[in-house]
Design a protein around this ligand. Structure first.
Ligand SMILES: [Zn+2]
Length: 320
């Protein structure tokens, strides 16, 4: 059966109908306008689902369920968004509210609704879209404003037994190190988010006084740091080498715990994946426990971007 996947973001609610082969056969989006009451946002989400099913000519009762990827800390069992800074939600029973709104339009049929963290959905989406069939275990890191992560083990999403798990961005790689947004010091996120790379590049450019990055200081972002690395700006290259050491350290920790087959890297920084791949793969081989004698994860670029969020959300609904 077909399923609906929703990617709830701070700016847009994106949705799609996903078929049995994990292809998006109808898609749409509506502005989130996150400053509104949660119920109004969920009503728009419900309208988006109805619009998509109508466009695809599939009655709501013939949809296996609705999966939603939401930012923040989610109680997946009950479908409650416990807290999300991004959309400013506190204790919102998303699954229940959306289920009720949709049931009104589905002759009272029960519509299955599942919710998970957006990075978890992206990880699941990457795995189900990966053409290397047979892969059962993967970890995704998204290198954006923060660092999101999702863990797939034995083909299934591993969210932890209680809400708030699988937050690999908040593993400490330097005790007492940089301040992280979560309140601790030294988290991976404080070193490998796009924001951290940009801050490091700004500092280094100001110190060096002769980098091409200096002209960009006010509008520096992950993409133009990567571009400067590509242009072989010595300051940018040095900052990026250090960045890859931090990222390598985090990836090795993840591999030492889960030994997944694949590590997917996503986010804007990965436009420079070709500049990262070999260095990271070598670092991992040299530093993983038993890396010299045992197989280590392949590091791949998360190739499906926004679609992975929608497809992965839909994949929260078990196919019958
Ligand atoms: Zn943290």
């Amino acid at each position: 059966m077909k399923r609906v996947g929703i990617d709830l973001g701070g700016t847009y609610i994106k949705g799609g109908i996903v078929d049995e082969e994990n292809r998006i056969i109808a898609r749409g989006a509506t502005p989130t306008m996150a400053e509104r009451e949660a119920e109004e946002i969920i009503r728009d989400m419900s309208a988006l689902v109805k619009k998509l099913t109508e466009e695809a000519g599939i009655p709501l009762r013939d949809i296996a369920g609705i999966g939603i990827g939401s930012p923040g800390t989610i109680d997946a069992g009950s479908g409650i968004v416990l807290y999300s800074n991004n959309i400013r939600w506190d204790d919102v029973p998303l699954a229940e509210l959306l289920g009720k709104m949709l049931a009104e339009d589905a002759d009272g049929s029960v519509i299955k609704v599942r919710v998970s963290n957006d990075a978890n959905c992206a990880a699941l989406g990457e795995l189900v879209c990966d053409t290397d069939t047979g892969v059962q275990s993967a970890v995704l890191l998204t290198l954006g404003t923060g660092v999101g992560s999702g863990i797939i083990l034995n083909g299934k999403l591993y969210e932890g037994e209680q809400p708030g798990g699988a937050e690999l961005g908040h593993m400490v790689i330097c005790h007492g190190g940089r301040q992280c947004s979560c309140g601790r010091k030294g988290c991976l996120e404080a070193y490998v988010s796009a924001s951290a790379l940009v801050e490091d590049a700004k500092w280094a450019a100001q110190e060096a006084k002769d980098s091409s990055l200096l002209e960009l200081t006010d509008r520096l972002n992950g993409r133009n740091v990567i571009e400067a690395v590509r242009q072989k700006d010595p300051v940018a290259v040095k900052v990026f080498e250090q960045y890859l050491e931090y990222l390598g350290c985090g990836i090795v920790n993840i591999i030492n715990i889960f030994r997944p087959e694949i590590i997917y890297l996503g986010g804007g920084i990965c436009e420079g994946f070709d500049l990262m791949e070999e260095t990271l793969q070598t670092y991992v081989k040299e530093n993983c426990f038993g890396g010299e004698i045992a197989a280590v994860a392949q590091i791949k670029k998360a190739a499906h971007g926004n679609d992975a969020g929608i497809i992965g959300a839909a994949a929260l609904i078990e196919m019958e």
